[in-house]
Design a protein around this ligand. Structure first.
Ligand code: NAG
Ligand code: NAG
Ligand code: NAG
Ligand code: NAG
Ligand code: NAG
Ligand code: NAG
Ligand code: NAG
Ligand code: NAG
Ligand code: NAG
Ligand code: NAG
Ligand code: NAG
Length: 374
């Protein structure tokens, strides 16, 4: 792997910045300096947005390491109005120092927490903040699973901040349905029809934290395949065996610890081999085709087969849901913007995603936004 001269520089400069204790507590001086810095590296338009950040967010920005994804002036070009809302700005700031060293190399990716925890925009349970999916090649950092492919053009440092200039604005994750509709690479027609008809979609939309393994069209076969003639209650049971209710499990945690139980009360298991990462329910396994598609209230992993498990255990389902809910409620505001990533270099399966997007299972883990591991 080639070194990344620019980013190595980043790390050195960051290490040379004053410690937290030495940092100024003068938010207005800090902000003035930041705006000057952004202007000096050509990020005039983004700099002009920061003044609208509320005091508590500015204070948060100064604490500990943060990484700012700052859209270039050109990225604002054809966007009217130019103004980014506060939640959108918060989604452009990650908790933690994410230079190349702390971002997984393709085909892995990292899932990192942002400052966006506004309950109008995020419903992950408790005060869990929304996440970004990032990846690097030997030379470049990308933000994945956005509508546009977002590329880091340049990296700079200001005090406790790594500033990545990006070539497009980041979009706040939306509802389950509109998130999936924004994935033109997958035909999910039958999944939607079945999930809508059986009432599964509204339940996912209403969840505060969910994980959905969503099968592509080919998984159903002609005429709806195995679910073609099934009763609505069987369809509901089977589809609920594709969902974890109350917990957003990013691929970085699948299979690494704990066990997960579906909304029908059946256990999931996960495995990896040279052909990819698999999820199993009952007697069927499916390969994960694209992981960590982020919705406002959970996460989607697209899979290649229907998990045809028509068994259910309502007691187990409700117990797991209660534990997830209790865990979310015990999250205090201080836990709302957890930082950092624990990186491990455990082997990862290579999954070529659509359009070359690497969407593999990654062993780079974080502790945020994901709920408990029972
Ligand atoms: C904060 O910084 C600004 C700009 O440098 C300065 O005018 C102001 O007096 C400072 N306030 C405090 C409390 O240090
Ligand atoms: C901030 O990042 C630097 C460089 O990666 C690291 O040495 C330091 O421990 C970090 N500080 C905190 C508070 O995480
Ligand atoms: C952006 O917001 C500022 C105030 O926050 C306002 O003065 C300005 O006119 C707005 N610009 C646009 C293009 O809406
Ligand atoms: C998706 O699948 C459905 C059902 O098989 C089919 O009718 C439709 O044409 C497909 N859509 C696309 C865009 O391929
Ligand atoms: C979902 O179901 C409702 C009523 O059951 C129906 O009105 C709506 O058209 C369906 N939507 C889709 C996308 O199938
Ligand atoms: C999660 O469980 C609760 C409580 O049983 C239920 O109301 C909700 O509909 C479930 N959500 C999903 C997505 O299954
Ligand atoms: C990988 O595991 C899946 C699920 O158990 C299995 O279907 C597949 O054949 C395995 N592939 C290889 C190359 O072992
Ligand atoms: C799995 O297969 C076995 C043997 O065919 C069957 O007895 C069992 O009911 C199946 N389990 C599920 C969850 O479908
Ligand atoms: C589950 O599927 C099996 C095998 O397809 C079938 O024999 C059984 O009747 C189904 N059970 C229910 C509750 O639908
Ligand atoms: C989330 O944060 C808000 C504001 O900081 C606080 O009022 C609320 O109690 C927190 N909720 C939980 C579940 O911690
Ligand atoms: C997104 O970026 C990756 C990494 O460079 C690239 O392979 C892929 O082709 C890009 N996808 C699109 C849709 O531009």
């Amino acid at each position: 792997m080639l070194p990344l001269p620019l980013l190595c520089l980043t790390v050195l400069s960051l290490a040379a910045t004053p410690s937290l204790a030495q940092q100024t507590s003068n938010t207005s001086a800090y902000l003035t300096g930041l705006i000057d810095k952004l202007n000096s590296v050509g990020l005039r338009t983004f700099a002009g947005q920061l003044g609208k950040l509320p005091q508590d967010v500015l204070h948060e920005l100064e604490q500990g390491n943060k990484t700012v994804f700052a859209p270039s002036n050109a990225a604002f070009g054809d966007f009217a109005p130019t103004n980014l809302s506060v939640p959108v700005l918060e989604y452009h700031i990650a908790s933690g120092a994410y230079d190349a060293q702390n971002i997984a190399h393709a085909p892995d990716h990292s899932v990192i927490p942002t400052l966006l925890a506004d309950p109008q925009a995020v419903q992950l349970g408790g005060n869990r903040s929304q996440v970004l999916v990032v990846q690097r090649s030997d030379t470049t950092i990308f933000v994945l699973n956005q509508i546009l492919n977002v590329t880091v053009l340049q990296s700079d440092v200001y005090q406790n901040l790594i500033i990545h200039t990006i070539d497009a604005r980041l979009e706040i994750p939306t509802s389950f349905t509109s998130t999936l509709n924004a994935l033109p690479q997958w035909n999910l027609t039958t999944f939607f029809a079945q999930a809508n008809a059986s009432g599964v979609i509204p339940r996912i939309e209403a969840a505060h934290g969910f994980t959905a393994f969503v099968p592509v069209e080919a998984a159903f076969g002609t005429g709806g395949g195995a679910l073609g003639g099934a009763s609505p209650s069987t369809v509901s049971t089977v589809l609920n065996n594709h969902i974890i209710n109350g917990t957003s499990v990013y691929s970085t945690s699948l299979g690494t610890a704990g066990s997960y139980v579906s909304a029908s009360g059946e256990p999931f298991s996960f495995s990896k081999n040279t052909s990819g990462t698999y999820v199993t329910s009952g007697n069927t396994s499916a390969r994960i085709l694209q992981s960590d598609v982020i919705a406002q209230n959970g996460v989607v992993h697209v899979i290649d087969a229907l998990l045809f498990n028509n068994q259910s255990d309502p007691g187990a389902a409700s117990s797991v849901y209660s534990i997830a809910t209790a865990s979310a409620q015990s999250q205090t505001a201080s836990g709302s913007h957890p930082t950092g990533t624990g990186q491990s270099s455990a082997g990862a399966a290579t999954l070529g995603g659509p359009n070359g997007w690497a969407t593999a299972f990654s062993a780079v883990g974080i502790a945020v936004g994901m709920a408990l591991i029972v």
